[in-house]
Design a protein around this ligand. Sequence first.
Ligand SMILES: Cc1ncc(COP(=O)(O)O)c(C=O)c1O
Length: 436
Amino acid sequence: MPQLGEKSLAFYERAKKVMPGGVSSNYRYYGEEETPVVERAKGGHIYDFDGKRYIDYRLGWGPIILGHAHDFVNERVTEAIQYGLSFAGTQKYEVSVAERMIDLCPGVEMVRFSNTGSEATMHAMRLARGYTGRDLILKFEGSYHGAHDSVLWSTPGLPVTPLNERNHPVPNKIGTGIPDLMSELMVMCRWNDVEMLGEILEEKGEQIAGIIIEPVLGNSMALTPHPDYFQFLRGQCDKYGIVLIYDEVKTGFRIAPGGAGEYFGVLPDLSTFAKAMGNGYPIAAIGGKKDIMMHLMPGKVFQGGTYSGNVVSTAAADATLERIQSGEVFVQLNKIGGILMDGISEILTRYDIAHHLHGTPAMFGITLSEQKPHNWRELNEMCNIELYSDIISHMIDNGVMPEDEGEPWFLCADHTEADAAESLQKFEDGVKEALK
Ligand SMILES: Cc1ncc(COP(=O)(O)O)c(C=O)c1O
């Protein structure tokens, strides 16, 4: 991550005095001299307190789909806030966003809003439990579903645990403070592994309320499953009466205008959305089949939140989704993302580095290995993560900032051909440096 300059370091010192680690999320802490600080951002670029500019491929870890400080979105918000922010009553922007989501996302028939992806996955899991009357939720290792206790098991960034006597993953929690008891409500499975999933469901299928899955591993280099994996998953959920939940917090409105349902052509029962739907404004949603969603009613399954469906967030989402509905956004994302993916692959081939690209142009990952990794375990065990991090560190020193490990590259519609050309040049420089 970036070596901080004099003014950025002074600012970070100030932050550390008042916030643990000087950050608002553990994930943002990278050490005393490399924790990113941002003074401002515009389009596809961010600037630190020394005025250093970076081409930004982290994009807040996914939310920025149009561009930072986007005028079209900001204008809609500025207009909306003249008439109030929070009413404890239904307002026009939330209904408009729900209509746009139903129009864009196949399988979404009704919507409820929240503010963060964590709230959305928490509510979706509760809804699956309430709907089925069962307690267990199946989660895949290497997926991240937010900051609540139920899902902080076998997340990316944790060391890979040994398999149990039946060759199934043992859950491993992140940090302290999470009761071990929570893991008894979760069933862990290897992602993209038809055999293991079939085996687990044969044993426990009728006790499982929901399967929650990141359709593309948004925290593990955008690994993408076998094309027939979702068919299998859908079939198994139908067989055992399990609610299939796509966690589209990262993939929604990013891998395709209609997310994973559109991209893979197999529909879930419920989906959770956040990030790209608000272009950086805090908003999230649960969407899905009407008969399941209608359980979110008094006396049935609880869902709530003071700021759920507030004017600022929904006005931002209204503008963002309007732009996505126009079709232009994905033309640009696919164009620039495609240039980067092709260019990176060409450079790695020229330097004789075995590699694989994963994901889609708006969210792609690179792994350095002979064999293609098919899940998080293989990603950790087979790939040269150190060489990748070295390449990216050199890029960051030179003003181009993807994440240096784990997270894919994120694109926004404000990235330009000039950004792509500069990024590829810096990528090649990074490869040369890393191989020295
Ligand atoms: C797939 C996925 N689900 C849920 C979350 C949690 O979202 P939030 O950080 O908004 O709570 C994230 C965050 O990165 C995510 O990537």
